[in-house]
Design a binder for this molecule. Structure first.
Ligand code: HSE
Length: 294
């Protein structure tokens, strides 16, 4: 029996659609696997009722199939599904680490990124690795087809989760199919600013680099109260705000001394739009770990 834990993540960070991601110090999923003749899945914890247990429809089940490692898989959800915090990726990453160990496959964490990304197809219909890469490797990640670059900034974050659901598939359908050259220039400028900020653990640069004229405006329209939440977070000291992953979670970059005020301002912002919400005060954290190898 093997248990692995993988963290929540925030993908895109505004200007880095399908490219940037960051591991969050909390919350996390835990996945326990035992050898079996065929794969079965049980799910408990936060939001577990809505998660499919058919192996072909569950990210962890797809990972077991990709690795050819049939197992009884128990998923303990700590990351709320459809929240914009990489819930499906956390399960896929934890399953990949646990199954790799259970069957002694010997794959590196980097090799497991593409395995876990296959699992994401079950959740969104497309392969994208910007959640599974940080869930496996930790830190801030830049995912490319030929590999992933990782830096480990010291950065305070808030993710505010409204009591609404935006399925990843719907959020992907909202993304414009083309952009103007001026929007391209602005996006490159912001992505570069954000990357330098991550390398320097500089919340001011990271916050400015979250701005994105293309994907975020289209998706913000799916999040009730987004503009109010954004304005209040900035007024409380956030250095930048964007949609977390495909939403509806909203990500703010904070400084340690403003983090709790930003969290409260975001909850209040959603409340003023008539939406209940929970704020998670967190930071950029590490990647998946084995927690039990009994
Ligand atoms: N990059 C993906 C998207 C992440 O924004 O659709 C999904 O969590």
């Amino acid at each position: 029996m093997i248990t692995a834990r993988a963290p929540a993540t925030t993908a895109n960070l505004g200007s880095g659609y399908d490219t940037f991601g960051a591991a969050l110090q909390r919350p996390a999923d835990e996945v326990t696997v035992r050898r079996a003749a065929e794969t079965t899945i049980s799910v408990s914890g936060v939001g577990s009722a809505g998660i499919p247990t058919a192996p072909g429809e569950n990210t962890a089940g797809v990972v077991a199939e990709t690795l050819d490692t049939p197992a009884a898989i128990e998923i303990q959800k700590g990351v709320r599904p459809a929240s914009g915090m990489g819930s499906s990726a956390a399960s896929a990453a934890a399953a990949a680490v646990a199954l790799n160990e259970l069957y002694d496959r010997g794959l590196s964490r980097t090799e497991l990124v593409s395995v876990a990304a296959e699992g994401e197809v079950a959740a969104s219909g497309e392969v994208h690795a910007d959640n599974v890469a940080p869930a496996l490797l930790g830190g801030f990640t830049i995912t490319r087809p030929d590999g992933t670059t990782v830096v480990e900034p010291d950065l305070s974050l808030v993710v505010c989760l409204p009591e609404e659901v935006v399925p990843t598939r719907a959020a992907r359908e909202a993304v414009p199919e083309s952009l103007s050259v001026s929007d391209h220039v602005e996006t490159v400028r912001n992505a570069a600013t954000l990357t330098v900020g991550m390398c320097r653990s500089a919340p001011g640069l990271v916050g400015r680099g979250l701005d994105d004229p293309v994907v975020t405006p289209a998706r913000a329209a799916l999040v009730t109260g987004y503009e109010t939440v954004r304005e209040r977070a900035l007024a409380a000291g956030a250095t930048g705000v964007t949609v977390s992953g495909s939403g509806p979670g909203v990500l703010a970059v904070a400084r340690p001394e403003t983090q709790s005020a930003v969290a409260q301002a975001m909850v209040d912002g959603f409340a003023s739009a008539g939406v209940g919400a929970e704020a998670v005060q967190t930071s950029v954290g590490g990647g998946a770990t084995l927690v039990d190898t009994a």
